[in-house]
Design a protein around this ligand. Structure first.
Ligand code: ATP
Length: 525
C-alpha cells in the first residue's frame, strides 16, 4: 500500500492518543508535540528495543546518561558554537523563514506548485497560460496559497510567475507564497541557550545540548577506566536534544526539542572503515527487523562535498516518509576529531592505553546517530494500512508485536454477564505480568476489534458464554477462549491453560504455526 499522507497520520494520532499538539488549550506551541497514552508506549518500545539490541545484547557496548546542560567550553571544542548553523532565508513578502538548502525541495513539495505545474501542462494552461493562472488565482489559489502575489494581485504577478515556472523550481521562491523576493542566505546558529542560577545577572549562560554525542566524548576516559573495556567498544545514549531549527515541521519529523539515540563506537585507527560498514548494515537491518518495509528504506552515502572537514564517510538511512525520502539516521566515521578537540580545550589526556604496543592512542570513532521521534514516526507511517472488509473500511496499524503499544486486548463477548466479565478481567491481569494488556467492554465485539486494529494491537482474546458456561442452564464452560490475529483476522479456540504459551508463540511471529495447532473459530465480526 502507498504511504499514507501526513494529515491522515496526524489525525489518527490525535484521535487515538498517540500524539497531541503541545499546549493545545493555549493555541499550541509551534512544532512541539506531546506523546499521549499510546504514543508514549510506542516511543518507549522503540527506545527500549534500540537499547536492548545495541547495548544489552552486545559485549562491546555500554550505556550512559549525561546531563543536558554541559560546560559551555564543550560546545566551543566541538565546533558547535562557531559553525553549527544552517543557511537562513527570509521571504520579504510574507515574512516567513526557511532553510536555504531545503528551499527548492519545499517548493517542489508544496501543494500550490504541484497544482500550477499540472494546470500549465493541461489543456487550459497550454492554450492560454495567463488566463489559466488568473482563473486559478480566483478559485483554487485562494485556498492553496492565499498570500501568493498571484492570488493577491494577479494583474502584476502573472507575468513574472510564468517566467519563473517556465525556468525551474530551483529558482529561489517562497514555498508559502511563491514570491521571488527573498533575502540572501545567512548562517543561523541552531544552539538554544538558557541561564543557570537564580539571578540572571550573575548566572552562567549554558546551552541545551544539540546532540547527545558530546556527553559521550567528554566521558570517554571515565567510561574506559571504570569498565576496563578494550577497544573496540562503544557507548550508547538516549536523551533529549535541542536545536533552534529554522523550519521545523512535518509533524514530529523536525522539532526544536527531540530525542536522539546515539552511539560513539571507539576503535583502533585503521579499523574504522570495517566498523563503519558493519554499523551501516546493522542499523539498516534493525529497522527491517521491527517491520519497516525494505522498499521504503534506503542508504544514501554522502557526497565528499557534504562531509564535515574531519569526517571520512557518512551514510544516511533514509525512509520514504509521506513527504518523501528523508533522513532517519546518520552513520558517520568521525576520525579522532572530537577526542582531540576536547583534549586540546580541557588540557586532559583523552587517550586509550594500548597494552600490547605500550602506547597511548587516540581512538577513531564511528557514530550511528538516530532520532527516537523520527523512528517512531517511521514505524507509525509504515504500519498504517487501509483495506476493505465486508464493504467497510478497516484501518489497521500493522505494528510488529514488539513495537505495538498494546500487545493484547481482552474482550468480553457480553458485558452484562458477571462470570464473563470476571473471567476476562482476571485473564487480563494475568497476562499483564508478561505483556501490556487492556480490557475493553465499551462496545459490541465487532467495533472493539476495529478499535484495536486501529491502534495496532496484534492479538485480541475474547471470553464468551462457551468459556464460562451457564450456571442457570447447568452448562459448564469449556475453559477455552477465542484468540484473534489482527493481520489475518483469523480466529482460533485456545484452552485457558495454554493461553500464555500460545501468546508467547504468537508474539514471536509464529501465528501461522499456532493457527494450525488449534481449531479455527468462525469469525464473529
Ligand atoms: P537533518 O539533516 O534532518 O537536519 P541532521 O543530519 O542534522 O538532520 P544529525 O545531527 O545527524 O541530524 O542527528 C541524528 C539524528 O537525530 C537524525 O538522523 C534525526 O533522526 C534526529 N534529528 C536531528 N534533528 C532533529 C530534529 N530537529 N527533530 C527530530 N529529530 C531530529
Amino acid at each position: 500500500m502507498p504511504a499514507p499522507d501526513l494529515d491522515t497520520i496526524v489525525s489518527l494520532s490525535k484521535r487515538r492518543g498517540f500524539v497531541f499538539q503541545s499546549s493545545e488549550i493555549y493555541g499550541g506551541l509551534g512544532s512541539a508535540w506531546d506523546y499521549g497514552p499510546l504514543g508514549v508506549e510506542l516511543k518507549r518500545n522503540v527506545k527500549n528495543l534500540w537499547w536492548r539490541d545495541n547495548i544489552h545484547l552486545r559485549d562491546d557496548m555500554v550505556g550512559l546518561d549525561a546531563a543536558i546542560t554541559m560546560h559551555p567550553t564543550v560546545w566551543k571544542a566541538s565546533g558547535h558554537l562557531d559553525s553549527f548553523a544552517d543557511p537562513f532565508v527570509g521571504c520579504l513578502e510574507c515574512v516567513r523563514y526557511y532553510r536555504g538548502d531545503h528551499l527548492a525541495q519545499t517548493v517542489l513539495d508544496s501543494k500550490w506548485y504541484a497544482a500550477l505545474k499540472k494546470l500549465l501542462a493541461g489543456p487550459a494552461g497550454q492554450k492560454d497560460p495567463e488566463k489559466a493562472l488568473r482563473n486559478w488565482a480566483q478559485n483554487d489559489g485562494k485556498k492553496l496559497a492565499p498570500n501568493m502575489p498571484l492570488v493577491k494581485n494577479p494583474q502584476d504577478a502573472v507575468g513574472p510567475l510564468l517566467d519563473v515556472l517556465a525556468k525551474s523550481a530551483t529558482l529561489p521562491l517562497c514555498p508559502n507564497c511563491g514570491s521571488a523576493k527573498l533575502s540572501e542566505p545567512k548562517p543561523a546558529n541552531l544552539m538554544l541557550s538558557t541561564m543557570l542560577g537564580p539571578v540572571e545577572a550573575t548566572g552562567t549562560k549554558v546551552y541545551l545540548r544539540p546532540e547527545t554525542a558530546q556527553g559521550i566524548f567528554v566521558n570517554f576516559v571515565n567510561v574506559a577506566q571504570s569498565t576496563r573495556k578494550k577497544l573496540p567498544f562503544g557507548v550508547g545514549q538516549i536523551g533529549k536534544s535541542f536545536r533552534n531549527e529554522i523550519t521545523p515541521g512535518n509533524f514530529t519529523f523536525r522539532t526544536r526539542e527531540f530525542e536522539q539515540m546515539e552511539i560513539e563506537y571507539f576503535c583502533m585507527p585503521g579499523t574504522e572503515d570495517a566498523h563503519f560498514a558493519k554499523w551501516v548494515q546493522s542499523r539498516f537491518d534493525w529497522y527491517v527487523k521491527y517491520g519497516i518495509a525494505k522498499e521504503r528504506l534506503r542508504l544514501r552515502p554522502h557526497e565528499k562535498t557534504e562531509l564535515a572537514f574531519y569526517a571520512k564517510e557518512c551514510t544516511d538511512v533514509e525512509y520514504l516518509f509521506p513527504m518523501g525520502w528523508s533522513e532517519l539516521e546518520g552513520i558517520a566515521s568521525r576520525t579522532h576529531y572530537d577526542l582531540n578537540q576536547h583534549a586540546k580545550h580541557s588540557g586532559q589526556r583523552l587517550t586509550y592505553f594500548d597494552e600490547e604496543k605500550k602506547e597511548h592512542i587516540v581512538p577513531f570513532v564511528v557514530e550511528p546517530a538516530a532520532g527516537a521521534d523520527r523512528a517512531t514516526l517511521a514505524f507509525l507511517c509504515d504500519a498504517y494500512a487501509e483495506e476493505q472488509v465486508r464493504n467497510e473500511k478497516r484501518v489497521v496499524l500493522r505494528f510488529h508485536p514488539e513495537i505495538a503499544p498494546i500487545k493484547i486486548a481482552v474482550l468480553p463477548l457480553l458485558r452484562n454477564r458477571p462470570e464473563i466479565v470476571d473471567r476476562a478481567t482476571s485473564l487480563c491481569h494475568q497476562l499483564r505480568a508478561s505483556w501490556i494488556s487492556v480490557y475493553d467492554d465499551t462496545a459490541a465485539i465487532g467495533k472493539l476489534y476495529r478499535r484495536q486494529d486501529e491502534i495496532g494491537t496484534p492479538f485480541c482474546i475474547t471470553v464468551d458464554v462457551q468459556t464460562v458456561g451457564d450456571r442457570e442452564k447447568g452448562e459448564v464452560g469449556d475453559q477455552k477462549v477465542t484468540v484473534r490475529d489482527r493481520d489475518s483476522m483469523q480466529q482460533i479456540r485456545v484452552p485457558l491453560a495454554e493461553i500464555e504459551a500460545c501468546m508467547r508463540e504468537c508474539m514471536a511471529g509464529r501465528w501461522a504455526d499456532v493457527a494450525k495447532t488449534y481449531p479455527p473459530q468462525a469469525a464473529k465480526e
